[in-house]
Design a protein around this ligand. Structure first.
Ligand code: DC
Length: 227
């Protein structure tokens, strides 16, 4: 593909954004950028430093010390704190909660904005997050808002945790999901919401392959209209 295409995929936790985005990017041979991993790495940094991720002032104070970077290799995107690969460590429920908490602070969002924009400046990519279509890449060539019922998303997340060898009861996963939804949607800065020009895709009841195909159809349709 010779034209630049930046695909912004936003939506709540557990809607399948990252798996779908990764597959779509690989199908198109373009970069996949998971912005949630950046917030997760910042959250992990705070936990390790003994700082309450919900404490905006304390977080702001150490933020300049956080050296987070995304690198791409044969395994796809890896996330680093300094030179330590924390790609697996950021996936725990504690890191998820910390990520959601730090992401509510304007100072954190501001700090991470240029890094995200820079990555999408000259390369076609699929970038997923909460505010990609609304804030990070408002002029993306294609925006998709991916969602599903909260029970459905909690079920998927529960299976994912089981596969990872860290099972959690459904009620806990559901409660966590609802708490994160509320925090991500109600924060004053860059809340989770659908951009006006984003295609809405509700994947409730969809198998993963169906969701991937549905997104690919939207993408192909857009590419045809671009050429
Ligand atoms: O997509 P995820 O679950 O890995 O994201 C982790 C947290 O980071 C999530 O609770 C919301 C936050 N986040 C955000 O505020 N903005 C983004 N662009 C991506 C993630």
């Amino acid at each position: 593909m010779d034209k630049l295409i930046r695909i912004a995929i936003d939506g709540p936790s557990g809607a399948g954004k990252s798996t779908i985005s990764r597959r779509v990017a690989s199908e198109l041979g373009i970069l996949y950028i998971d912005t949630g991993a950046i917030y997760r790495a910042v959250g992990l940094f705070m936990l390790r430093a003994g700082i309450d991720p919900a404490d905006a002032d304390a977080v702001a104070k150490v933020l300049p010390e956080v050296r987070v970077s995304l690198r791409h290799d044969g395994r796809g995107q890896r996330i680093f704190l300094e030179n330590e690969d924390v790609s697996e460590l950021i996936r725990t429920p504690e890191a998820s909660r910390a990520a959601s908490q730090v992401s509510a602070h304007p100072v954190v969002r501001e700090h991470l904005l240029s890094m995200q924009r820079d990555m999408a400046k000259s390369a076609s990519c699929v970038m997923d997050g909460r505010d990609i279509g609304t804030v990070v890449l408002p002029d993306a060539e294609l925006k998709i808002f991916l969602t599903a019922d909260v029970e459905d998303r909690a079920r998927r997340r529960m299976l994912e945790l089981q596969e990872r060898g860290t099972p959690q009861p459904f009620e806990d996963v559901l409660a966590d999901m609802k708490e994160r939804d509320a925090r991500d949607s109600n924060r004053p800065v860059a809340p989770l919401r659908r951009a006006e020009d984003a295609e809405l895709l509700d994947t409730t009841g969809f198998a993963l392959a169906d969701s991937v195909n549905a997104v690919l159809r939207i993408v192909q349709d857009r590419i045809e209209r671009m050429s």
